[in-house]
Design a protein around this ligand. Structure first.
Ligand code: NAD
Length: 476
């Protein structure tokens, strides 16, 4: 075992020993930890946003506050406000007739112990702190492995957390794939991984070695359907806003559009107008975020080159006609693609950047068949007013979550569980579902003081009473 692995294992063992000694984790201690996490974010919001901007090459301060810090604070406050109710046990039905003679069934929610959190770079603060809200509310300790692609944010989080939390409460380990690999192999009581579907497979394999339960928050291609009944300008503006945010580097970003064939041109025009209104310029515009690094910029440019070589048409939305090629930064404008097909890489992989393919359709049945023929997505968006069509889309497709008449928004509802399905992930966090993911639902049955086994003929020597019980219960 190398030094990094040994240090992480030692930290985990230290946390587990502290957890065991402290059991039961009182609600006051959990609340106090949540409050320290809120204070950390509120007091250091400016430094965190500056670090994120430096890591991205440029990232809008307002955007970091709105999409990283605010959702984290909101999730933590939601957990603080609901913790007492979530943590309350539940009475459950007791098998007849045991309930009548004093038998009692109930559930108690216990913290699992030490939870690992592995986070990606795209929301480098939120993807650490939002899972932490549920982890702390449930009474657990946490080890965190933030992304190596945002080293300033990761180092700052490590420092701030070390200032506010004892290492046996919450601790951070920074590093790249090797540290991540060693981290995923630790014998946690639960592991939350947010990242790519391909990496999720490695993480689940590593966790399987210790039978560690996992919550996997992965990615995929989230379809956006524009119905014939949609208010086009409004839909286009909301899609433009959702796609341009973080320059498309959002797990829930609208990956591609499905539009009525006869309205394809009108949708593209409306998208162009929507982007132009919000971002009249891009390169020197503080509101517009950069692609994270040169490698990702090259990945996106390769998608475009591949699509163009195979016959796609590119519509670059560059309102001020700026020269991105001459820029030594990694900002990219939005490129809308038409005439795309399944042979293009852009239609095979999650895009995760400012490229938006448009796929025309004739009928909503064809849209549903198109979505169902592909891997189950993390998000699905439908814009329209036709309630029957809305119901048809909701009932005949599957996805992690849905936003109707907007994109991405369902993730901001603290009381809705968040998670994927199939290749877009497994398990949930946020709200009570997060609390339960990080808790053990322990079943407790209290037996009746009466001699139940004798009363029902359940103990040998078996005889007449046994036969009566069996005849009564074993009927159709
Ligand atoms: P990534 O999977 O490359 O990295 C995520 C984290 O895993 C990083 O901390 C990395 O160091 C670590 N890691 C890398 N290899 C590992 C391994 N073999 N074992 C253990 N850990 C390892 O993802 P990324 O590029 O940082 O983020 C982009 C992806 O994350 C996209 O696919 C996006 O859709 C997804 N994402 C999903 C959600 C969600 O909530 N579902 C949110 C944000 C991002």
């Amino acid at each position: 075992m190398d030094q990094a692995s040994a240090a992480m294992l030692q930290a985990l063992e230290r946390q587990r020993a502290a957890f065991t000694a402290a059991m039961p984790e009182p609600l006051s201690a959990r609340r106090d930890r949540i409050e320290r996490a809120i204070a950390l974010l509120v007091e250091h919001q400016a430094e965190l946003a500056a670090a994120a901007s430096a890591d991205f090459g440029h990232r809008s301060t307002e955007q970091t506050l709105l999409t990283d810090i605010l959702p984290s604070v909101s999730a933590l406050k939601h957990a603080r406000g609901h913790l007492k109710r979530w943590a309350r046990g539940e009475r459950r039905a007791t098998l007849f007739p045991l309930g009548l003679i004093g038998g009692r069934s109930r559930i108690e929610y216990q913290p699992k112990g030490v939870i690992g959190i592995i986070a990606p770079w795209n929301f480098p603060i939120g993807m650490v702190m939002a899972p932490l809200a549920g982890v702390l509310a449930a009474g657990n300790r946490a080890l965190i492995k933030p992304s190596e692609f945002t080293p300033r944010v990761s180092d700052l989080l490590a420092d701030l957390i070390a200032q506010r939390f004892a290492p046996e409460e919450v601790a951070v380990f920074t590093g790249g794939v090797e540290v991540g690999t060693a981290f995923a192999a630790l014998p946690f009581d639960h592991l939350v991984f947010t990242g790519a579907t391909s990496v999720g497979k490695h993480v689940m394999r590593a966790a399987a070695e210790n039978l560690v339960p996992v919550t996997l928050e992965l990615g995929g291609k989230s379809p956006t359907i524009v119905s014939r009944s949609a208010d086009l300008p409004r839909a286009a503006e909301r899609i433009a806003l959702g796609k341009m945010m973080n320059a498309g580097q959002i797990c829930l970003a609208p990956d591609y559009l499905l539009v009525p064939r006869e309205r394809e041109g009108a949708v593209i025009d409306a998208l162009r107008e929507g982007v132009t209104r919000m971002y009249p310029t891009l390169l020197a515009n503080d509101d517009y975020t950069s692609v994270i690094n040169a490698r990702h910029r090259a990945r996106l440019e390769a998608h475009l080159a591949d699509a163009l070589a195979k016959g796609a048409e590119a519509i670059e939305v560059n309102p001020a006609g700026e020269d991105f090629a001459a820029s030594n930064r990694n900002k990219l404008p939005l490129t809308i693609l038409r005439n795309v097909d399944d042979g293009m890489t852009v239609m095979q992989e999650e895009i995760f950047g400012p490229i938006l393919p448009v796929v025309p359709y004739d009928t909503i049945e064809a849209v549903i068949a198109y979505i169902n023929a592909r891997p189950r997505p993390l998000g699905l968006y439908w814009f329209g007013r036709d309630r029957a069509e809305e119901r048809q889309v909701l009932s005949r497709t599957l996805s992690g979550g849905v936003t109707i008449n907007d994109v991405v928004f369902h993730v901001t509802m603290d009381d809705l569980p968040f998670g994927g399905i199939g290749p877009s992930g497994m398990g949930h966090y946020h709200g009570i579902e997060g609390f339960r993911s990080f808790s053990h639902a322990r079943s407790i049955y209290r037996q009746s003081p009466l001699d139940v086994a004798a009363l029902a003929g359940l103990k040998p020597p078996y005889g007449k009473l046994t036969r009566i019980t069996l005849q009564r219960e074993l009927r159709k």
